[in-house]
Write a protein that binds this ligand. Structure first.
Ligand SMILES: [Zn+2]
Length: 217
């Protein structure tokens, strides 16, 4: 038995969930969870690079400290590890990060179109509309910084010309955020093609944001 066996099992289940939900394909995207938060040397468990989700094993998962040093694992780290580390350093409330290249979220990210608050659950669960970050090269520290800047108090960011990032207090919450945002992006794209999008009123958004902020307590 290894020290993080339960967490490895939990991350593997989240990987299988995003794969079966169609949020990732092949080896695209990456997932991580916070392991320890004792001090600035806290650590995370993260998926490796280039291993298809359908064949990934518990032993393939990597343990990395917040400085990016590998503590456990023989494989190559996910190229988006700097983005994951930056998010955990950005907020101590973030316990899990899920990054996908799902189709509709990526389409809005390519269009540079922010997802407005169009369905109630988006405001209650994600905090409101979802912003598009400034462009930066995949894997760069600049991309990590841009994503953190666009997150503010939301639980998701559309990464310009790239994909989606969702965060949560647990892996299951981060997976749910990605699923919800992808669905809302799909609804938005279809509503747009029908020629009319009714965004929720400011009053409703404000009321629902109170619920969102209450849920964070
Ligand atoms: Zn990516």
């Amino acid at each position: 038995m290894g020290k993080w066996d339960d967490e490895r099992q939990e991350l593997l289940e989240a990987i299988l969930a995003v794969d079966s939900l169609g949020l990732v394909s092949g080896a695209s995207g990456n997932l991580s969870m916070r392991l320890e938060q004792k001090d600035s040397y806290g650590s995370i468990l993260i998926t490796p690079s280039q291993i298809p989700y359908s064949t990934i094993q518990i032993s393939d998962l990597m343990v990395v400290n917040l400085h990016g040093d590998i503590l456990e694992g023989q494989l190559t780290l996910s190229t988006e590890t700097p983005m994951h580390l930056a998010l955990y350093k950005h907020s101590s409330h973030i316990k899990a990060v899920v990054h996908t290249h799902s189709i509709y979220a990526s389409a809005l990210a390519v269009s540079g179109v922010e997802l407005p608050p169009i369905v109630d659950e988006l405001v209650v669960s994600v905090g409101g509309g979802v912003r598009v970050s400034e462009y930066a090269m995949p894997g760069s520290n600049e991309l990590a910084e841009n994503v953190c800047n666009s997150l503010e108090d939301r639980k998701a960011v559309l990464i310009r010309n790239h994909g989606l990032i969702g965060v949560g207090r647990s892996l299951s919450e981060a997976v749910n955020v990605c699923q919800l945002v992808e669905r809302a992006c799909q609804i938005y794209a279809i509503a747009n093609s029908l020629g009319n999008v009714n965004v929720l009123s400011d009053d409703i958004v404000e009321m629902e944001r109170r619920l969102f902020l209450g849920n964070l307590q």
